[in-house]
Design a protein around this ligand. Structure first.
Ligand SMILES: [Zn+2]
Length: 331
């Protein structure tokens, strides 16, 4: 049975038809209105719904009447279909429509919505043969989902907080870094790509002498006020700069602790790392996180496993679309 699959991101809506082997046809990528450019939430939701409806209507000759719609969504979803919030789509706005009901009503098709990290977990379930793994995204924030092949539903995401590890407080100090959600000392405030950038600026200000010797400053002309991942931190880490590697290591330490707990608690056999920041550093990031995990693991049954635990996920920009396609085979 073919399915219509959609991946909603903060800036684009991707659409495709998935065949009964989860291969994609007719891929379309459309830039959508953003709250950053002052479009109202109603305008943005209407555009998204219209795009999904129009794509479905145009694709009719390639699908059947029974073909369902699967939407990968960039925010927490309460099973079966309630969107909790959508900060990357409409900012902090609570007027969230029942997207699934509206699309289902207009198209007459069964419609499903899954969180985007869940979609990524479905994607990797088709790529790796691990029985129980966690997908962790390290980008502007941090999120995760566990996949268990022994479960009919695969991804453990039937409660809306499943995988929201980025909002656990790991630093209770008064001057702890602020998370994008407004909370203080959250895992996502320090271990994310944005967290690394913030912490690097603080470290550069705190110890100017050593910062000035770093590749970030000496080669890439960064200053404590303008350090960015793209222009300074990632390229310096790729050159093996010790100051930069140390900054990333310190930021990764809380994530390493949490991943070790999750690995022990769930009996995970793989930790799949995705997300723009982590993938931009690729094997360097893997080495840093692996070392941080090894340093705090003092239990032989688990420490023997750490060298073989982390995988850098080769997620391309269509991974969530492909994951929605795999999900369609498991409805
Ligand atoms: Zn938070």
């Amino acid at each position: 049975m073919a399915a219509l699959v959609f991946d909603l991101g903060g800036t684009h809506l991707r659409s495709a038809i998935a065949d009964d082997k989860a291969s994609l046809l007719n891929i379309k990528k459309k830039r959508i209105k953003s709250f950053i450019h002052n479009y109202s939430p109603a305008d943005i939701w209407n555009e998204i719904i219209n795009e999904i409806v129009n794509y479905s209507s145009d694709a009719q000759s390639l699908i059947t009447k029974e073909s369902p719609i699967i939407i990968s969504f960039p925010g927490p979803v309460e099973f079966p279909s309630r969107i909790i919030n959508a900060p990357t789509v409409v900012g902090n706005n609570d007027a969230i429509p029942d997207l699934v009901e509206k699309v289902k009503h207009i198209t007459g098709r069964q419609t499903y919505i899954i969180n985007d990290v869940s979609a990524a977990a479905w994607y990797f379930s088709n790529k790796i043969d691990s029985n129980r793994f966690i997908v962790v995204t390290v980008s502007s924030g941090i999120g995760s989902k566990v996949f268990d092949r022994g479960k009919v539903k695969g991804v453990l995401d039937d409660v809306p907080f499943a995988g929201e590890i980025g909002h656990i407080v790991i630093d209770r100090k008064n001057d702890a870094l602020l998370c994008d959600c407004g909370g203080k000392g959250h895992l996502g405030a320090i271990s994310s790509g944005r967290g690394v950038e913030r912490f690097a600026r603080i470290e550069a200000n705190r110890d100017r002498i050593n910062f000035n010797k770093s590749v970030c400053a000496a080669t890439f002309h960064g200053s404590p006020d303008n350090l960015t991942n793209e222009d300074h931190i990632v390229p310096a880490a790729k050159l093996g700069d010790l100051w930069t590697i140390n900054v990333i290591s310190q930021c990764s330490r809380p994530l390493a602790t949490i991943l070790l707990f999750l690995t022990a608690a769930f009996g995970l056999d793989k930790v799949v790392i995705i997300g723009g920041f982590a993938l931009s550093l690729d094997e360097i990031y893997k080495c840093i996180l692996q070392k941080e995990m090894a340093d705090i693991c003092d239990y032989a049954l688990l420490s023997n496993k750490i060298d073989d635990l982390l995988v850098m996920g080769d997620a391309d920009e269509e991974a969530c679309l492909k994951g929605a396609a795999v999900y369609s085979l498991n409805i």
